[in-house]
Design a binder for this molecule. Structure first.
Ligand code: IPE
Ligand code: MG
Length: 277
């Protein structure tokens, strides 16, 4: 090992130790159960640094995996990302294709035996209208779910081909179908259950794509915008929003620390609001 490599390795060890120390200090306060990310600003990163198109999205993917590790180190059980919205399909065909290829590559990488999915025992899940994806991406997603099904330390959800409005419509349809089936059953046996009982919030809630996770405590949006862009609208009534001007590929551990501190500062108020729901 030359001197340069030695210095780099010492620096790496020290910064890891420092991060671990910061996680310990933060753990004195309440740690969010679920954090969601709107990873915005990848294309602007290409423009800012004059890079080839798609570079920001590739770097953004590495940032996402690093962020997942930071969340695990901090003891956050659920992590959700807005990976590709239904509206993103309206982008230029070559950009959509690049995005899909990158997602497929990511799922395959995470499916490998020694991937961080298994090192950190993370179970992967997908929320969205997966029928809108092409077969290779869909298959890679299914494989990732199957390969990580027994992991249980953390739960990571890719919202892909997702919008909240689509999620709600799909859940309402499922709830109505379920009610219709119950009515048909009851008719056969001569009862009248379901003929008078309307569909309730709980019926819709259980059919949401995101029913697999508790509501997010924090939603982080990067690149200086404060919109939710049709992301988890049903689930974010009591979430703490954290917006940073930093572009997603430039996001690091300290942004997570600031988002968690912001959540901890407002925790007792948010808790009271949750109880009113
Ligand atoms: C978000 O970053 C990534 C996706 C979900 C596709 P963008 O691709 O929207 O990058 P900007 O915001 O236009 O810079
Ligand atoms: Mg954007």
């Amino acid at each position: 090992m030359n001197n340069f490599s030695k210095v780099r390795s010492v620096r790496h060890t020290l910064s890891n130790l420092f991060r671990k120390g910061v996680c310990k200090v933060l753990s004195v306060g309440p740690i969010p159960t679920h954090i969601a990310f709107i990873m915005n600003g990848n294309r602007r990163y290409d423009q800012k640094l004059n890079l080839a198109k798609g570079t920001g999205h590739s770097i953004g993917l590495l940032v996402m995996l690093t962020m997942l590790m930071h969340c695990c180190d901090l003891g956050i059980r659920y992590v959700t990302i807005y990976a590709f919205s239904i509206d993103n399909f309206k982008r230029k065909p070559e950009e959509v294709e690049r995005g899909m290829d990158l997602l497929k590559f990511t799922f395959e990488l995470l499916s490998e035996k020694n991937s961080i999915a298994n090192l950190y025992s993370v179970k992967f899940h997908f929320s969205g209208n997966l029928d809108l994806l092409n077969e290779p991406v869909k298959n890679a997603a299914k494989e990732l779910m199957a390969n990580t099904a027994n992991n249980s330390k953390a739960f990571f959800t890719f919202c892909i081909a997702y919008t909240s409005t689509d999620e709600m419509v799909s859940a309402i349809r499922e709830a109505c179908d379920e009610r219709r089936r119950a009515m048909q059953e009851q008719k056969k046996t001569g009862g009248n259950y379901g003929l008078t009982k309307p569909v309730e919030v709980v019926d819709i809630k259980k059919h949401m794509y995101m029913a697999i996770a508790p509501y997010p405590d924090i939603v982080v949006r990067t690149a200086g915008e404060n919109r939710l862009s049709n992301f988890l609208l049903w689930q974010t009534a009591c979430s703490q929003l954290y917006s940073t001007p930093t572009l997603w590929p430039e996001v690091n551990f300290w942004h997570l620390v600031l988002a968690v501190l912001n959540f901890q500062r407002n925790h007792s108020y948010l808790d009271k609001q949750k109880k009113l729901l």
